[in-house]
Design a protein around this ligand. Structure first.
Ligand SMILES: [Fe+2]
Length: 471
Protein backbone atom coordinates (compact mmCIF):
# COMPACT_ATOMS: atom_id res chain seq x y z
CA UNK A 1 0.00 0.00 0.00
CA UNK A 2 1.26 3.49 -0.70
CA UNK A 3 1.63 6.29 1.75
CA UNK A 4 -0.63 6.40 4.81
CA UNK A 5 -3.25 9.17 4.62
CA UNK A 6 -2.15 11.41 7.48
CA UNK A 7 -5.05 12.62 9.60
CA UNK A 8 -7.67 10.49 7.80
CA UNK A 9 -9.89 7.92 9.58
CA UNK A 10 -8.67 4.33 9.49
CA UNK A 11 -10.18 0.97 10.46
CA UNK A 12 -6.83 0.27 12.18
CA UNK A 13 -6.97 1.64 15.76
CA UNK A 14 -3.30 2.68 15.60
CA UNK A 15 -3.74 4.71 12.39
CA UNK A 16 -7.02 6.37 13.38
CA UNK A 17 -7.79 9.67 15.13
CA UNK A 18 -4.79 11.14 16.92
CA UNK A 19 -2.79 7.94 16.33
CA UNK A 20 -2.67 8.99 12.65
CA UNK A 21 0.76 10.28 11.63
CA UNK A 22 1.84 13.77 10.55
CA UNK A 23 4.30 14.29 7.72
CA UNK A 24 5.42 17.92 7.95
CA UNK A 25 8.59 18.78 9.86
CA UNK A 26 8.14 22.13 11.61
CA UNK A 27 10.08 24.63 13.66
CA UNK A 28 8.18 27.42 15.40
CA UNK A 29 7.89 29.54 18.52
CA UNK A 30 4.32 30.58 17.69
CA UNK A 31 2.46 28.80 20.46
CA UNK A 32 -0.30 30.54 22.37
CA UNK A 33 0.43 30.18 26.09
CA UNK A 34 -2.29 30.01 28.73
CA UNK A 35 -0.70 30.86 32.07
CA UNK A 36 3.02 31.47 32.25
CA UNK A 37 5.96 29.25 31.31
CA UNK A 38 8.10 29.09 34.47
CA UNK A 39 11.54 30.58 33.90
CA UNK A 40 13.14 27.87 36.04
CA UNK A 41 12.03 25.30 33.45
CA UNK A 42 15.17 25.14 31.33
CA UNK A 43 15.78 22.34 28.85
CA UNK A 44 14.38 20.10 26.14
CA UNK A 45 11.10 18.21 26.51
CA UNK A 46 11.26 15.31 24.06
CA UNK A 47 8.61 12.85 22.94
CA UNK A 48 9.14 10.05 20.42
CA UNK A 49 6.63 7.74 18.81
CA UNK A 50 5.59 5.76 15.76
CA UNK A 51 4.75 7.88 12.74
CA UNK A 52 4.39 5.50 9.76
CA UNK A 53 4.78 6.81 6.23
CA UNK A 54 4.63 3.70 3.99
CA UNK A 55 3.04 0.50 5.26
CA UNK A 56 2.75 -2.94 3.66
CA UNK A 57 -0.82 -3.39 4.90
CA UNK A 58 -3.06 -0.86 6.64
CA UNK A 59 -5.06 -3.70 8.25
CA UNK A 60 -1.98 -5.55 9.55
CA UNK A 61 0.00 -2.47 10.64
CA UNK A 62 1.18 -2.73 14.26
CA UNK A 63 1.99 0.35 16.29
CA UNK A 64 5.48 -1.04 17.03
CA UNK A 65 6.27 -0.76 13.26
CA UNK A 66 5.91 3.01 12.84
CA UNK A 67 8.84 5.18 11.72
CA UNK A 68 10.19 7.20 14.62
CA UNK A 69 9.38 10.89 14.90
CA UNK A 70 10.53 13.24 17.66
CA UNK A 71 8.40 16.14 18.88
CA UNK A 72 10.43 18.51 21.04
CA UNK A 73 9.89 21.73 22.94
CA UNK A 74 12.92 23.68 24.05
CA UNK A 75 12.22 25.82 27.12
CA UNK A 76 14.45 28.77 27.96
CA UNK A 77 13.87 31.93 30.01
CA UNK A 78 10.09 31.51 29.96
CA UNK A 79 9.96 30.96 26.19
CA UNK A 80 9.31 27.85 24.11
CA UNK A 81 10.32 26.58 20.66
CA UNK A 82 8.79 23.50 19.01
CA UNK A 83 10.44 21.20 16.50
CA UNK A 84 9.49 17.82 15.09
CA UNK A 85 11.70 15.59 12.95
CA UNK A 86 11.64 12.11 11.48
CA UNK A 87 14.43 9.80 12.61
CA UNK A 88 16.25 9.09 9.37
CA UNK A 89 17.93 5.71 9.68
CA UNK A 90 18.72 3.57 6.65
CA UNK A 91 15.41 1.66 6.44
CA UNK A 92 13.41 4.89 6.54
CA UNK A 93 15.56 6.45 3.80
CA UNK A 94 15.18 3.33 1.59
CA UNK A 95 11.40 3.66 1.74
CA UNK A 96 11.58 7.42 1.12
CA UNK A 97 13.74 6.80 -1.97
CA UNK A 98 11.39 4.11 -3.27
CA UNK A 99 8.21 6.02 -2.41
CA UNK A 100 6.66 2.83 -1.08
CA UNK A 101 7.06 0.13 1.57
CA UNK A 102 10.26 -1.91 1.67
CA UNK A 103 9.76 -3.56 5.09
CA UNK A 104 6.56 -5.55 5.73
CA UNK A 105 6.16 -5.10 9.48
CA UNK A 106 5.86 -7.53 12.38
CA UNK A 107 2.38 -8.87 11.61
CA UNK A 108 3.25 -9.52 7.95
CA UNK A 109 6.63 -11.25 8.23
CA UNK A 110 5.11 -14.52 6.98
CA UNK A 111 3.30 -12.88 4.05
CA UNK A 112 4.34 -14.53 0.77
CA UNK A 113 4.83 -11.20 -1.05
CA UNK A 114 8.42 -11.11 -2.38
CA UNK A 115 10.91 -9.21 -0.24
CA UNK A 116 11.86 -5.69 -1.30
CA UNK A 117 14.85 -5.37 1.03
CA UNK A 118 17.87 -4.65 -1.20
CA UNK A 119 20.98 -6.77 -0.86
CA UNK A 120 23.27 -5.43 1.80
CA UNK A 121 20.50 -3.41 3.51
CA UNK A 122 19.52 -4.13 7.13
CA UNK A 123 16.88 -6.89 7.34
CA UNK A 124 14.74 -4.77 9.65
CA UNK A 125 14.27 -1.05 10.22
CA UNK A 126 16.00 0.61 13.16
CA UNK A 127 12.90 2.68 13.96
CA UNK A 128 14.32 4.45 17.04
CA UNK A 129 10.67 5.14 17.87
CA UNK A 130 10.37 4.08 21.51
CA UNK A 131 12.26 6.10 24.12
CA UNK A 132 15.30 8.27 24.90
CA UNK A 133 18.44 8.09 26.96
CA UNK A 134 20.76 11.03 27.59
CA UNK A 135 24.22 9.93 28.70
CA UNK A 136 27.75 11.34 28.35
CA UNK A 137 26.25 14.48 26.75
CA UNK A 138 24.73 12.33 24.00
CA UNK A 139 21.05 11.92 23.16
CA UNK A 140 20.01 8.44 22.03
CA UNK A 141 16.67 7.48 20.48
CA UNK A 142 16.03 3.83 21.28
CA UNK A 143 14.34 0.81 19.70
CA UNK A 144 14.84 -2.46 21.54
CA UNK A 145 15.66 -4.81 18.63
CA UNK A 146 18.28 -2.31 17.37
CA UNK A 147 21.32 -0.24 18.19
CA UNK A 148 20.81 3.21 19.83
CA UNK A 149 20.49 6.08 17.35
CA UNK A 150 22.44 9.24 18.16
CA UNK A 151 20.32 12.39 17.72
CA UNK A 152 21.70 15.93 17.60
CA UNK A 153 20.29 18.55 19.99
CA UNK A 154 18.67 20.96 19.47
CA UNK A 155 18.36 20.29 15.71
CA UNK A 156 16.94 16.73 16.19
CA UNK A 157 18.85 15.64 13.08
CA UNK A 158 19.80 11.96 12.92
CA UNK A 159 23.51 11.26 13.42
CA UNK A 160 22.90 7.51 13.18
CA UNK A 161 23.13 4.21 15.03
CA UNK A 162 26.11 3.45 17.25
CA UNK A 163 27.74 0.17 18.35
CA UNK A 164 29.99 1.84 20.96
CA UNK A 165 33.21 1.40 18.98
CA UNK A 166 32.32 -2.14 17.99
CA UNK A 167 31.79 -3.27 21.59
CA UNK A 168 27.98 -3.48 21.63
CA UNK A 169 27.19 -7.08 20.65
CA UNK A 170 23.50 -7.20 21.43
CA UNK A 171 20.27 -5.25 20.89
CA UNK A 172 19.83 -2.30 23.23
CA UNK A 173 16.72 -1.94 25.42
CA UNK A 174 14.57 1.19 25.13
CA UNK A 175 14.92 1.49 28.93
CA UNK A 176 18.59 1.59 29.97
CA UNK A 177 19.22 2.89 33.50
CA UNK A 178 21.56 5.77 34.24
CA UNK A 179 23.01 6.11 37.74
CA UNK A 180 23.85 9.82 37.85
CA UNK A 181 25.90 9.39 41.02
CA UNK A 182 28.37 7.01 39.32
CA UNK A 183 27.74 8.23 35.77
CA UNK A 184 27.28 4.67 34.48
CA UNK A 185 24.59 3.50 32.06
CA UNK A 186 23.33 -0.08 32.42
CA UNK A 187 21.67 -1.78 29.46
CA UNK A 188 20.71 -5.17 28.06
CA UNK A 189 19.13 -6.70 24.99
CA UNK A 190 16.94 -9.73 24.42
CA UNK A 191 16.61 -11.91 21.35
CA UNK A 192 14.94 -14.97 19.88
CA UNK A 193 18.14 -17.02 20.07
CA UNK A 194 20.29 -18.04 23.04
CA UNK A 195 21.72 -16.33 24.90
CA UNK A 196 18.26 -14.83 25.18
CA UNK A 197 19.56 -11.89 27.24
CA UNK A 198 22.87 -10.03 27.25
CA UNK A 199 23.77 -7.21 29.63
CA UNK A 200 26.34 -4.41 29.43
CA UNK A 201 27.65 -1.49 31.47
CA UNK A 202 28.76 1.73 29.77
CA UNK A 203 30.99 3.97 31.87
CA UNK A 204 30.61 7.71 32.35
CA UNK A 205 32.86 8.45 29.37
CA UNK A 206 30.61 6.38 27.08
CA UNK A 207 32.95 3.37 26.96
CA UNK A 208 31.30 -0.06 27.02
CA UNK A 209 33.28 -1.79 29.78
CA UNK A 210 31.41 -4.97 30.73
CA UNK A 211 29.18 -7.51 28.94
CA UNK A 212 27.74 -10.81 30.11
CA UNK A 213 25.10 -13.24 28.85
CA UNK A 214 22.18 -13.86 31.22
CA UNK A 215 20.71 -17.36 31.03
CA UNK A 216 16.93 -17.70 31.06
CA UNK A 217 15.06 -20.82 29.89
CA UNK A 218 13.24 -19.34 26.91
CA UNK A 219 13.01 -16.27 24.74
CA UNK A 220 10.77 -13.60 26.26
CA UNK A 221 9.63 -10.04 25.58
CA UNK A 222 11.69 -8.32 28.30
CA UNK A 223 10.83 -4.66 27.79
CA UNK A 224 12.36 -3.22 30.96
CA UNK A 225 14.61 -4.06 33.90
CA UNK A 226 15.84 -2.24 37.02
CA UNK A 227 19.09 -1.18 38.64
CA UNK A 228 20.04 -0.25 42.20
CA UNK A 229 23.31 1.20 43.44
CA UNK A 230 24.68 -2.34 43.92
CA UNK A 231 22.50 -4.66 41.85
CA UNK A 232 20.91 -5.18 38.46
CA UNK A 233 17.46 -6.82 38.34
CA UNK A 234 16.17 -8.94 35.44
CA UNK A 235 12.44 -9.68 35.11
CA UNK A 236 11.86 -13.20 33.77
CA UNK A 237 8.09 -12.84 33.30
CA UNK A 238 6.26 -15.11 30.84
CA UNK A 239 5.52 -13.09 27.71
CA UNK A 240 7.17 -15.56 25.36
CA UNK A 241 8.63 -15.09 21.88
CA UNK A 242 8.53 -18.05 19.52
CA UNK A 243 9.31 -17.88 15.80
CA UNK A 244 8.48 -21.57 15.34
CA UNK A 245 5.04 -20.93 16.83
CA UNK A 246 4.55 -18.03 14.43
CA UNK A 247 5.55 -20.13 11.39
CA UNK A 248 2.97 -22.73 12.36
CA UNK A 249 0.27 -20.04 12.47
CA UNK A 250 0.32 -19.12 16.18
CA UNK A 251 1.26 -15.81 17.78
CA UNK A 252 4.95 -14.81 17.76
CA UNK A 253 4.37 -13.15 21.15
CA UNK A 254 2.14 -14.73 23.79
CA UNK A 255 1.44 -14.65 27.54
CA UNK A 256 2.13 -18.11 29.01
CA UNK A 257 1.46 -17.93 32.77
CA UNK A 258 2.35 -21.60 33.27
CA UNK A 259 6.02 -20.56 33.18
CA UNK A 260 5.64 -18.34 36.26
CA UNK A 261 7.57 -15.16 37.09
CA UNK A 262 10.86 -14.52 38.82
CA UNK A 263 13.29 -11.70 39.40
CA UNK A 264 17.04 -12.16 39.00
CA UNK A 265 19.40 -10.09 41.18
CA UNK A 266 23.03 -9.68 40.11
CA UNK A 267 25.82 -7.32 41.21
CA UNK A 268 26.29 -4.45 38.73
CA UNK A 269 29.49 -5.99 37.35
CA UNK A 270 28.38 -9.60 37.91
CA UNK A 271 28.21 -12.41 35.41
CA UNK A 272 25.65 -15.08 34.61
CA UNK A 273 26.77 -17.33 37.50
CA UNK A 274 26.17 -14.52 40.03
CA UNK A 275 22.44 -14.12 39.29
CA UNK A 276 20.15 -15.17 42.17
CA UNK A 277 16.58 -15.84 41.06
CA UNK A 278 13.57 -15.15 43.29
CA UNK A 279 10.09 -16.50 42.46
CA UNK A 280 7.31 -13.90 42.56
CA UNK A 281 3.56 -13.86 41.82
CA UNK A 282 2.94 -14.57 38.14
CA UNK A 283 2.05 -11.48 36.18
CA UNK A 284 3.14 -8.94 33.63
CA UNK A 285 5.45 -5.96 34.01
CA UNK A 286 5.97 -3.72 31.01
CA UNK A 287 7.67 -0.79 32.78
CA UNK A 288 9.56 -0.47 36.04
CA UNK A 289 9.62 2.84 37.93
CA UNK A 290 12.79 2.51 40.04
CA UNK A 291 14.70 0.20 42.36
CA UNK A 292 17.07 0.74 45.26
CA UNK A 293 18.98 -0.97 48.05
CA UNK A 294 17.55 -0.84 51.59
CA UNK A 295 19.75 -2.74 54.05
CA UNK A 296 19.51 -6.46 53.18
CA UNK A 297 16.60 -5.72 50.86
CA UNK A 298 16.32 -4.75 47.25
CA UNK A 299 13.16 -2.71 46.59
CA UNK A 300 11.50 -2.62 43.17
CA UNK A 301 8.54 -0.47 42.10
CA UNK A 302 6.84 -1.16 38.77
CA UNK A 303 3.48 -1.17 37.06
CA UNK A 304 2.19 -4.77 37.21
CA UNK A 305 -0.88 -6.45 35.74
CA UNK A 306 -2.27 -9.99 36.03
CA UNK A 307 -2.25 -10.72 32.31
CA UNK A 308 -1.53 -9.15 28.93
CA UNK A 309 -2.99 -8.60 25.48
CA UNK A 310 0.39 -8.19 23.87
CA UNK A 311 -0.38 -9.09 20.27
CA UNK A 312 -3.18 -6.52 20.13
CA UNK A 313 -1.41 -4.02 22.38
CA UNK A 314 -4.67 -3.97 24.34
CA UNK A 315 -7.03 -3.67 21.38
CA UNK A 316 -7.90 -7.34 20.76
CA UNK A 317 -11.47 -8.56 20.90
CA UNK A 318 -12.41 -9.86 24.35
CA UNK A 319 -9.51 -7.93 25.85
CA UNK A 320 -10.13 -7.42 29.58
CA UNK A 321 -8.60 -4.03 30.40
CA UNK A 322 -9.24 -4.56 34.12
CA UNK A 323 -6.90 -7.54 34.08
CA UNK A 324 -4.18 -6.23 31.81
CA UNK A 325 -3.82 -2.61 32.86
CA UNK A 326 -1.00 -2.32 35.35
CA UNK A 327 -1.04 -0.88 38.85
CA UNK A 328 1.90 0.23 40.95
CA UNK A 329 3.40 -2.73 42.78
CA UNK A 330 6.27 -3.08 45.24
CA UNK A 331 8.58 -6.07 45.66
CA UNK A 332 10.98 -6.29 48.62
CA UNK A 333 13.57 -9.00 48.02
CA UNK A 334 15.57 -9.88 51.14
CA UNK A 335 19.01 -11.06 50.05
CA UNK A 336 19.88 -12.33 53.55
CA UNK A 337 16.78 -14.49 54.12
CA UNK A 338 15.76 -15.13 50.50
CA UNK A 339 12.19 -13.98 51.19
CA UNK A 340 10.13 -11.82 48.83
CA UNK A 341 7.29 -9.63 50.05
CA UNK A 342 5.16 -8.02 47.36
CA UNK A 343 2.08 -5.82 47.41
CA UNK A 344 -0.02 -3.50 45.33
CA UNK A 345 0.56 0.08 46.48
CA UNK A 346 -1.97 2.05 44.43
CA UNK A 347 -5.43 1.32 43.03
CA UNK A 348 -5.04 3.65 40.04
CA UNK A 349 -4.48 1.80 36.73
CA UNK A 350 -1.31 3.26 35.30
CA UNK A 351 1.82 2.85 33.19
CA UNK A 352 4.57 5.05 31.70
CA UNK A 353 6.07 5.20 35.19
CA UNK A 354 8.70 7.87 35.82
CA UNK A 355 10.78 9.20 38.69
CA UNK A 356 13.07 12.20 38.99
CA UNK A 357 15.91 10.79 36.82
CA UNK A 358 18.51 12.49 39.03
CA UNK A 359 17.63 9.87 41.70
CA UNK A 360 17.29 6.79 39.46
CA UNK A 361 18.93 3.64 40.93
CA UNK A 362 18.70 5.25 44.39
CA UNK A 363 15.82 5.55 46.84
CA UNK A 364 12.97 7.70 45.55
CA UNK A 365 9.89 8.74 47.45
CA UNK A 366 7.74 9.64 44.44
CA UNK A 367 6.61 7.87 41.27
CA UNK A 368 4.74 9.65 38.46
CA UNK A 369 2.69 7.72 35.90
CA UNK A 370 0.06 8.05 33.20
CA UNK A 371 -3.47 7.10 34.34
CA UNK A 372 -5.11 4.56 32.02
CA UNK A 373 -8.52 5.09 30.50
CA UNK A 374 -10.37 1.94 31.61
CA UNK A 375 -12.62 1.79 28.52
CA UNK A 376 -10.16 2.28 25.66
CA UNK A 377 -6.78 0.61 25.30
CA UNK A 378 -3.52 2.54 25.11
CA UNK A 379 -5.23 5.73 26.24
CA UNK A 380 -4.21 7.92 29.16
CA UNK A 381 -6.63 10.27 30.90
CA UNK A 382 -4.33 11.97 33.36
CA UNK A 383 -1.19 11.83 35.42
CA UNK A 384 -0.69 10.55 38.98
CA UNK A 385 1.88 10.93 41.71
CA UNK A 386 2.48 8.15 44.22
CA UNK A 387 4.07 9.05 47.55
CA UNK A 388 5.93 6.07 49.02
CA UNK A 389 6.15 7.71 52.42
CA UNK A 390 2.41 8.31 52.94
CA UNK A 391 1.15 5.66 50.51
CA UNK A 392 -1.12 8.25 48.91
CA UNK A 393 -1.80 8.63 45.18
CA UNK A 394 -2.90 12.03 43.88
CA UNK A 395 -4.23 12.53 40.37
CA UNK A 396 -4.76 15.18 37.75
CA UNK A 397 -7.26 14.27 35.02
CA UNK A 398 -7.09 16.03 31.65
CA UNK A 399 -10.90 16.22 31.26
CA UNK A 400 -13.48 14.73 28.87
CA UNK A 401 -12.18 13.73 25.41
CA UNK A 402 -8.67 14.78 26.43
CA UNK A 403 -5.93 12.16 26.41
CA UNK A 404 -2.21 12.35 26.94
CA UNK A 405 0.97 10.38 26.83
CA UNK A 406 3.95 10.00 29.10
CA UNK A 407 4.56 12.88 31.49
CA UNK A 408 8.23 13.40 32.23
CA UNK A 409 9.64 14.96 35.40
CA UNK A 410 11.69 18.09 34.69
CA UNK A 411 13.67 19.29 37.74
CA UNK A 412 13.51 23.02 38.40
CA UNK A 413 16.67 24.96 37.73
CA UNK A 414 18.06 25.35 41.25
CA UNK A 415 15.59 22.78 42.60
CA UNK A 416 16.33 21.45 46.07
CA UNK A 417 14.15 18.39 46.69
CA UNK A 418 13.15 15.24 44.79
CA UNK A 419 9.79 16.59 43.61
CA UNK A 420 10.90 20.19 43.08
CA UNK A 421 10.06 20.45 39.40
CA UNK A 422 7.41 20.06 36.72
CA UNK A 423 5.59 17.31 34.89
CA UNK A 424 5.56 18.03 31.17
CA UNK A 425 3.38 16.15 28.67
CA UNK A 426 1.46 16.42 25.43
CA UNK A 427 -2.33 16.18 25.58
CA UNK A 428 -4.77 16.00 22.68
CA UNK A 429 -8.35 17.26 22.88
CA UNK A 430 -10.20 14.87 20.58
CA UNK A 431 -13.39 16.97 20.55
CA UNK A 432 -11.63 20.25 19.69
CA UNK A 433 -8.95 18.54 17.50
CA UNK A 434 -6.35 20.46 19.45
CA UNK A 435 -2.96 19.36 20.76
CA UNK A 436 -1.46 21.00 23.84
CA UNK A 437 1.64 20.81 25.99
CA UNK A 438 0.95 20.93 29.72
CA UNK A 439 3.39 22.06 32.41
CA UNK A 440 2.24 20.90 35.85
CA UNK A 441 3.81 21.73 39.21
CA UNK A 442 4.94 18.32 40.51
CA UNK A 443 4.30 19.48 44.09
CA UNK A 444 0.74 20.48 43.25
CA UNK A 445 -0.72 18.15 40.62
CA UNK A 446 -4.33 18.70 41.58
CA UNK A 447 -4.09 22.43 40.80
CA UNK A 448 -3.70 21.59 37.10
CA UNK A 449 -1.19 23.11 34.70
CA UNK A 450 0.73 26.28 35.51
CA UNK A 451 1.04 26.73 31.76
CA UNK A 452 -0.68 25.24 28.70
CA UNK A 453 0.89 25.66 25.27
CA UNK A 454 -1.65 25.52 22.46
CA UNK A 455 0.14 23.65 19.68
CA UNK A 456 -0.36 25.11 16.20
CA UNK A 457 -0.11 21.56 14.77
CA UNK A 458 -1.41 18.17 15.77
CA UNK A 459 0.96 16.07 17.88
CA UNK A 460 0.01 12.39 17.49
CA UNK A 461 -0.03 10.05 20.49
CA UNK A 462 3.33 8.38 20.93
CA UNK A 463 5.48 6.29 23.19
CA UNK A 464 7.99 7.68 25.70
CA UNK A 465 9.10 11.17 26.68
CA UNK A 466 12.42 12.50 27.88
CA UNK A 467 13.92 15.56 29.51
CA UNK A 468 17.36 17.05 28.90
CA UNK A 469 18.06 19.97 31.21
CA UNK A 470 20.23 22.82 29.93
CA UNK A 471 20.94 24.74 33.12
FE1 LIG B 1 8.59 1.32 27.08
Amino acid sequence: MPQIQAGEPSPNFFLDGNFSPVFEERDTDEMEVIGEIPDDLQGHFLRVGPNPVYVFSEAAYHTFDGDGMIHAIEFSEGKARYRNRFIRNEGFELEQARGDWVYKGMNSLMDPAPSRVPEGAPNSKNLANTAFAYHNNTLYALHEPSQPTVIDLPSLSTVGPTDFNGKLEHPFTAHPKIDKQSGEMMTYGYSFQAPFVRYSVIDKEGELVHTTPITIPRSIFMHDFAVTEKYTLFLDFPITLDIGRAISGGPAVDFEPQYGSRIGVMPRYGTDADVRWFDVETGVVIHTANAWDDGDEVVLLASRSNTADIAGAGTSEGNNLQENQGRLHEWRINLATGSVVERSVSETPCDFTRVNDDFACHKTRFVYAGIFNTERAFTFDGVMKYDGETGATVEFRYGPDRHGGEAVFAPKRGGTSEDDGYLVCFVHDEAAHQSECLIIDAQNLTAGPVATLIMPFRVPYGFHAGWVGTH
